[in-house]
Design a protein around this ligand. Sequence first.
Ligand SMILES: *[C@@H]1O[C@H](CO)[C@@H](O)[C@H](O)[C@H]1NC(C)=O
Ligand SMILES: *[C@@H]1O[C@H](CO)[C@@H](O)[C@H](O)[C@H]1NC(C)=O
Length: 373
Amino acid sequence: MELFVWSLQLAFIGIVTASSGSWMYLGLVDYQSIRSSDRLAGDQPSVDDGSPTPLVDPLAVRLSELCSAVPGLVAEQLDLCHRNPYALLAISEGARRGIVECQEQFRNERWNCTLEGGINVFDMTLQRASREAAFIFAVTSAGVVHSVSRACSAGNLTDCGCDPNKPTGHKSGRGWKWGGCSANIAQGLDVAKEFIDVAERESEKNTLRSLMNLHNNQAGRIAIRKNMRLRCRCHGISGSCEVKTCWMLLPNFEDIGGFLKEKYENSIQISAEGLKKQRRGKRRVPYSRDSLVHIHESPDFCDRNAKKKILGTTGRVCNKHSKGSDSCDYLCCGRGARRIVKRITERCDCQFHWCCYVTCKLCESRTETYICK
Ligand SMILES: *[C@@H]1O[C@H](CO)[C@@H](O)[C@H](O)[C@H]1NC(C)=O
Ligand SMILES: *[C@@H]1O[C@H](CO)[C@@H](O)[C@H](O)[C@H]1NC(C)=O
């Protein structure tokens, strides 16, 4: 994974523009190093072992500093950062997983969700009101729901645990009882909605762009909710299932990536006029709550464009035999590909002789790669 990890020392200032997606940069910070530098300093360990919180929690202090260094966080976001650093960790983890999943889903596409070429390449994508931004907003929002729900179940957050509405031992009304730990998705949904959507309320109120962001944030949350799974276990003599207990399980995040990629492919273009008509009730809502929406068509991402911060596909590895998006025809945008042949000599046909040595032959093989011109 090419995901860059930043340390706290790397100031964000001047690198990214403040925008309602700024919070996502929290996902690119190297929290491991923040934690370990706490320990090196001889302070209290940052894990919550149930003992009363020390007056000054070093991790909390570092996280506060960090939040202050990210431009564009709104007052409410900063507030949560100072008040509840452990929730902030779960939120950051959600952003990180969202971005990793974005890179995974798009690794064979012309636009590959890259952070290469400087963070401002990613930043420019967020600012463009295209379907790529729609995907990033949705997948990071879904990431936060997922991570916060998981952190609740793991007992990592003080104000939540397993889903309190599905308490162990209670009848479900469908012939079985709730058991185990049901994922606390309600808490995940709440935190994601509050922390992420608040950026829109404060900045560009009621603009088309902010409607787009709010909608895609919601689509991300719905993606998790829609894909929750019920898991059950039978109890009783030799699995007779006299008693059955069930619990709600979060979806695999990779499945959410695929789910949202499909929504990306069918993303719906919205316009101010379209929304006005819709408000006057002249048309049925043209898109459902779980679809992605965008305002502008995407560039083709073929050629390098420094001004628009597009990297282009020159130098990308393409697949000669593919018919998909990683085919040389498509990925190289008709410019063609260079063939690069590498000879590799390896030990092969090895034999073990008693006792004790191994003889091998040397075999030569060739690998072929194609690289976009
Ligand atoms: C819970 O916290 C521990 C220690 O901070 C961390 O290693 C673990 O990944 C967290 N688990 C979840 C599900 O957030
Ligand atoms: C993504 O695209 C960029 C620019 O075209 C390239 O430098 C980078 O290696 C690509 N990443 C992957 C994982 O293919």
